[in-house]
Design a protein. Structure first.
Length: 401
């Protein structure tokens, strides 16, 4: 039986976050000032594990054979809750997704919850998850057993409002290449086969497809190779595409339609065509409404009521947390860092992520998550309901938000 009541435990974890406020904000600022791309987050890995060492949690560095992943656990043999820490940045615009806040808030939540874990009969795992921005870090970790013993998983994500969830859609990345034949573009263009033309035609086909996409579907791509000199018929061209749909199931037919458009460009220009779907597609997030209700109640006590993103103007994106949500009850709420009109993945959002609003989000996010861990450890029925909800969702009947 727990040796501490819920109210006492929640007051304790909030006080523990406040006691570590300087450390948590220093971590957030340091990560913000030293942005690193996916699987290259060596400074973040050293910084976060260094704090865990000083706190006596003895982290496992380079966990699950990933150089920039880590894991630290504390508590009894009761329900295991994983707090996910992200810390990779974006090329050119740094922490424009605010992963410095995710890492610092997760660190604070885990450290605070660890102080009551044994009293409540629970176990907390702080999991450092690299390469969320396209590198599928959590999916690799899941494949290697990181969530095998988890009863729940949670994290918070910065945004322009406090929202119950992010509208997440499944995604798979596609790389395509066109092979033509070089020729002098002025002297004998008829001898060539223009790979750039093939790619442009494929791009235009996808552009035409867009007007027939279902609501929630997204397709966007870039040219990564387009020839070498204007006076040489391009012999090689390449593109990279993101194909997104509301669920993994609806993603499959859309992938075939996009691939058909791109392949048709090769046929029209008389060029060769190859494609490669990148492994580990991201799933949609199935936010567990039972867990979300607990988090929402805790967030409200901090003066952060959560809005319904369908009414307040939500955030649309994709994350590898979606794949975790298919395995264990999970939540991915959004915490306000910037004004509503400042979008994530912009330089302006990066400024807010490193400023006073980002600091407040670190501390409030840590407290809300830590209090939610208290709820999960103190109320076995809550976890049972969360598991039942997940079981229904994985059978194809997810509850309506």
């Amino acid at each position: 039986m727990p040796s501490m009541d819920v109210a006492e435990a929640k007051a304790r974890v909030c006080a523990e976050v406040d006691r570590r406020a300087d450390v948590l904000l220093e971590v957030s600022h340091h990560l913000h000032a030293h942005p690193e791309l996916g699987y290259e987050e060596h400074e973040a890995h050293a910084t976060l594990t260094g704090v865990l060492d000083r706190e006596g949690l003895a982290p496992t560095r380079h966990a699950y054979d990933l150089p920039t992943a880590f894991e630290a656990a504390h508590g009894a043999d009761g329900p295991t809750v994983v707090v996910c820490l992200e810390y990779d940045a974006l090329p050119g615009i740094g922490h424009a997704c605010g992963h410095n806040i995710i890492a610092a808030a997760g660190l604070g939540a885990g450290l605070a919850a660890a102080t009551v874990a044994e009293a409540l009969g629970g176990r907390v795992v702080l999991l450092g998850t690299p390469a969320e921005e396209g590198g599928a870090g959590k999916i690799v970790l899941a494949e290697r057993g990181a969530f095998a013993d988890a009863d729940a998983a949670l994290m918070v994500h910065p945004a322009g409002a406090d929202l119950r969830w992010m509208t997440t859609i499944a995604i798979q990345q596609l790389r395509v290449a066109y092979e033509g034949k070089a020729a002098h573009a002025a002297a004998a263009p008829w001898e060539g086969r223009n790979a750039l033309d093939a790619a442009v035609l494929g791009y235009m086909n996808v552009a035409a497809l867009r007007q027939h996409l279902a609501p929630g579907e997204r397709v966007h791509g870039i040219f990564t190779a387009a020839g070498e000199r204007p006076n040489v018929v391009p012999r090689h061209a390449a593109m990279e595409w993101y194909v997104r749909s509301p669920t993994l199931a609806s993603l499959e037919p859309l992938k075939e339609r996009v691939l058909g458009c791109l392949h048709a460009g090769a046929h029209a220009a008389g060029c060769g065509f190859t494609h490669e779907w990148q492994p580990r597609p991201y799933a949609d997030v199935r936010d567990n409404l039972v867990l979300l209700a607990a988090y929402e109640a805790n967030s409200e006590t901090l003066g952060r009521p959560l809005a319904d993103p369908r009414l307040a103007g939500g955030v649309v994106g994709s994350t590898d947390m979606g794949n975790v949500s298919y395995l264990v009850p999970s939540i991915h709420p959004m915490i306000k860092v910037s004004p509503p009109d400042v979008a994530i993945h912009t330089a302006e959002f990066a400024e807010y992520a490193g400023g006073p609003d980002g600091d407040r989000a670190v501390l409030d996010g840590a407290k809300a998550m830590a209090m939610t861990l208290v709820d999960l450890w103190a109320g076995p029925a809550l976890l049972a309901e969360a598991r039942a909800e997940l079981a229904g969702a994985t059978e194809g009947t997810p509850p309506s938000p």
